[in-house]
Design a protein around this ligand. Structure first.
Ligand SMILES: Cc1cc2nc3c(=O)[nH]c(=O)nc-3n(C[C@H](O)[C@H](O)[C@H](O)COP(=O)(O)O)c2cc1C
Length: 198
């Protein structure tokens, strides 16, 4: 089983993070999950759901929600910069941040590593490991665009979740799946049980 860090920040479209987590677990991956402080607020604002901050309670929350005991889930607090994954010595395959706020992009692109998501992203860049960032904002201002360029130059991959029409999606779920496939295909993750465009 390979280990992946999933960072979830306080941008709109938490459904993208939720679907990613579910599929990674159902496909028997080891997932280190970090919700930023902002992500908890967006879950409450957009979905009226209060996600438990306590890590053990949060694992139970996701397990109950997905009704699966597959894979391995480790939840981390956003401010736990002493977590194993905050060190370059701890091996991971990759990190994906979905959805990613402009604030996080600004801080990571400028080497600021205050919370665990920022620190992990910093580690993935310094260790030359895969870092995929899926930004969510519209429109982008010049600072956003420059920060994303800087991240790209530092080795991160910017993959926005942009819906497709050529796949003729029949539902929002199908549209979400198409976008998630694009994210994880680039890491060579074979996600089964997903609607895939042929
Ligand atoms: C309902 C809601 C939706 C938001 N959507 C976005 C968004 O799509 N993109 C963004 O950059 N910020 C968005 N924000 C603002 C961020 O949540 C805010 O800047 C926060 O401080 C980000 O913290 P984080 O980057 O640590 O998650 C949203 C805030 C709320 C309450």
């Amino acid at each position: 089983m390979s280990s992946i860090v999933l960072g979830v920040t306080g941008a709109s479209a938490q459904q993208l993070a939720e679907r990613s987590l579910k599929l990674l677990l159902e496909n028997n991956n080891v997932v280190h999950l970090i919700l930023s402080k902002g992500a908890y607020n967006v879950w409450l604002a957009e979905n009226d759901i209060k996600i438990p901050i306590d890590t053990e309670k949060q694992i139970k929350f996701w397990r109950d929600r997905f009704r699966t005991d597959k894979g391995t889930l480790i939840c981390h607090r956003w401010n736990d910069v002493s977590a194993s994954i905050a060190s370059g010595s701890f091996k991971t395959k990759a990190m994906v941040i979905v959805p990613c706020t402009m604030g996080k992009i600004g801080r990571i692109s400028n080497g600021i590593a205050e919370d665990l998501i920022e620190r992990c992203a910093d580690v993935h860049l310094k260790e030359n490991r895969r870092l995929i960032i899926s930004p969510r904002e519209s429109p982008f201002n010049l600072i956003h665009l420059r920060n994303m360029t800087q991240l790209c130059e530092a080795g991160a991959q910017i993959i926005p979740c942009i819906p497709s029409w050529y796949s003729n999606p029949q539902s929002l779920d199908e549209m979400i799946d198409f976008m998630i496939v694009r994210l994880f295909d680039s890491l060579d993750y074979e996600l089964k049980d997903i609607n895939r465009w042929q």
